[in-house]
Design a protein around this ligand. Structure first.
Ligand SMILES: Cc1ncc(COP(=O)(O)O)c(C=O)c1O
Length: 412
């Protein structure tokens, strides 16, 4: 991102920011008017509670229950109140992730992460001195339960099993891979952990859950809190209203069914921030209740579907597949995950990265997205920020760099 800011004309396929043109200015100004006019006690400008506004928490609990196929509970006041109790509002889901790790781990502890995974989460772990180990996957990126059992057995044998404190994975349209964990895959993960006597806390990251672009897409899978395969595991579900609505409001949330863990996270949160911003919570509470949040989601889904298609088509047109590159078209999220030809090095200090910079395009090296044993030939391309026209130009530059680089390798 620094390179993008400092180099005029550089097109960034790296930044994880959202589409500027479709940010919900009108929807928010309506919510703003309603909040200010309809809440004459001005409580929205006062400190709030540590866990957040109860109306917003109830709205979030209801949304999650409906997405998990539990509409009856979402409509039942007593059930909704029980779930609302488990929700806490945070400064983006990033804060919920941080609280989770901070309350579970000491330096030297281990968390299992998906492969590849969210690189800021890996940074967070490194900052707290926690080791990331990758969940074993097959060539298609699907969890390999037997390999996981072998890994856990090995950890028991070498004594590191005692330091395993949690499992983290991105449930839907992953950053960076675009993958969604399928129902049977999630259950196989739970079963393998249980079979190896590892009923450790599980953290499911739902940052992109609402950003599915195809009808009937995988976003309909129930999350860990609703899948009985995970019963008995302490569970934390981290969601956000940033990517699917307005990144600048920076409101996220956690839903945790384990009271002692939830209390510990709230305790630390109280020390960190004394409660999240009450005013933005009031705006979002209104946006969800009034339906403008869902209207905005419908807009974003159309915008990002178009952008994803533009980037994919431009990479195809640029002949990237013929140069030995492979990628899947994700059903949601903000990223394409590309595998380059075997032997290619895409790291930040590689010749390939320099070739892309010379062409004027930036990407995220895939090696950053691995807890261990990173492959060097993958890249993450984001279609969040650039316009469709910008994406086409950026893709053309990327393909030119890939072609020139392929030729120079063949000559060598
Ligand atoms: C997988 C994933 N989780 C969590 C976050 C944190 O997002 P926020 O703090 O805006 O909710 C991001 C942001 O890029 C993300 O990609």
């Amino acid at each position: 991102m620094r390179a993008a800011l400092e180099t005029p004309g550089l097109l960034s396929l790296a930044a994880g920011f959202t589409d500027n043109a479709s940010l919900p200015v009108t929807a928010l100004s309506e919510a703003l008017r309603r909040v200010i006019v309809q809440a004459p006690d001005r409580g929205y400008l006062q400190y709030g509670t540590n866990a957040g506004r109860s109306g917003l928490r109830a709205g979030l609990a209801g949304r999650m229950l409906r997405q998990d196929g539990r509409a009856v509970e979402a409509e039942d006041p007593a059930a909704l109140a029980r779930w609302t109790e488990r929700v806490f509002v945070t400064n983006g889901s990033q804060q919920a992730l941080y609280l989770a790790v901070q309350t579970l781990c000491d330096p030297g502890d281990i968390i299992l992460v998906d492969r590849p995974t969210y690189f800021v989460f890996l940074d967070l772990l490194a900052g707290l001195g926690v080791e990331a180990r990758s969940l074993p996957v097959d060539a298609a990126g699907k969890l390999d339960p037997q390999a996981l059992r072998n890994l856990l057995a090995g950890m028991r044998a070498d004594g590191s099993r005692a330091r395993l404190k949690a499992v983290y994975f991105i449930g839907w349209f992953s950053n960076p891979s675009g993958r969604t964990v399928r129902v049977e895959e999630g259950r196989a993960l739970a079963a393998a952990l249980r079979a190896e006597d590892c009923v450790v806390p599980v953290i499911e990251d739902a940052a992109y859950r609402e950003m599915g672009y195809e009808l009937g897409s995988a976003s309909t899978r129930a999350g860990v809190l609703s899948d009985t395969a995970w019963d008995g595991f302490p569970r934390l579900y981290c969601g956000t209203l940033t990517k699917p609505f307005a990144t600048g409001l920076k409101v996220g949330f956690g839903v945790c069914d384990h009271q002692a863990w939830r209390d510990a996270m709230l305790h630390v949160k109280g020390h960190q921030d004394f409660g999240s911003g009450n005013f933005v919570q009031a705006l979002l509470e209104d946006a969800i209740a009034s339906g403008v949040y869902d209207d905005q989601l419908a807009v974003l889904r159309r915008v990002y579907r178009e952008k994803r298609n533009a980037l994919h088509a431009a990479l195809v047109a640029g002949g990237l597949a013929g140069l030995g590159w492979r990628w899947a078209v994700p059903e949601g999220g903000l990223y394409l995950w590309l595998e380059g030809p075997a032997g290619l090095d895409t790291a930040g200090d590689s010749d390939f990265c320099r070739a892309c910079l010379r062409e004027g395009v930036l990407y995220v090296p895939g090696a950053l997205c691995h807890g261990d044993a990173p492959p060097r030939h993958t890249v993450r391309l984001s279609f969040g920020v650039l316009s469709p026209v910008g994406l086409v130009e950026a893709a053309a530059r990327f393909c030119r760099a890939a072609a020139a680089f392929g030729q120079s390798i063949r000559r060598a």
